[in-house]
Design a protein. Structure first.
Length: 112
């Protein structure tokens, strides 16, 4: 993981902590994020969806998903083709096939 990965990871942790704190601060009476789906307003997300805490929550959730996808892109593994070639190369350099090595070590000794 390079410098970008470390920066994304630190940002991810900070955003996660802030998101948890913002959600816990909000009021459950329909003013905050917890009342969006249980609110009594006639609008899609309740009567008071323009609240500062709600907007902050939306921004933090968006940043959370962006950093999550960024971390996934930075930390993705190599493709299957390169893994196959790496296995083939290691088998050629070691001189033995891993299947043969497993069969010789796992076979029980012949009973006399």
């Amino acid at each position: 993981m390079g410098v970008i990965g470390i920066i994304l990871l630190v940002a991810f942790v900070i955003i996660s902590i802030l998101l948890v704190c913002i959600i816990l601060i909000q009021n459950e009476d329909g003013e905050g994020f917890g009342g969006l789906f249980g609110g009594t307003g006639s609008q899609a997300f309740g009567a008071r969806s323009g609240n500062v805490l709600t907007r902050t929550t939306y921004i933090l959730v968006t940043l959370f998903f962006l950093t999550t996808f960024g971390l996934a892109l930075v930390n993705r593994t190599s493709s299957v083709e390169s893994l196959d070639s790496a296995v083939q190369q290691s088998a050629e350099t070691s001189g033995t096939n891993w299947v043969d090595a497993v069969e010789t070590t796992d076979t029980p000794a012949a009973a006399e």
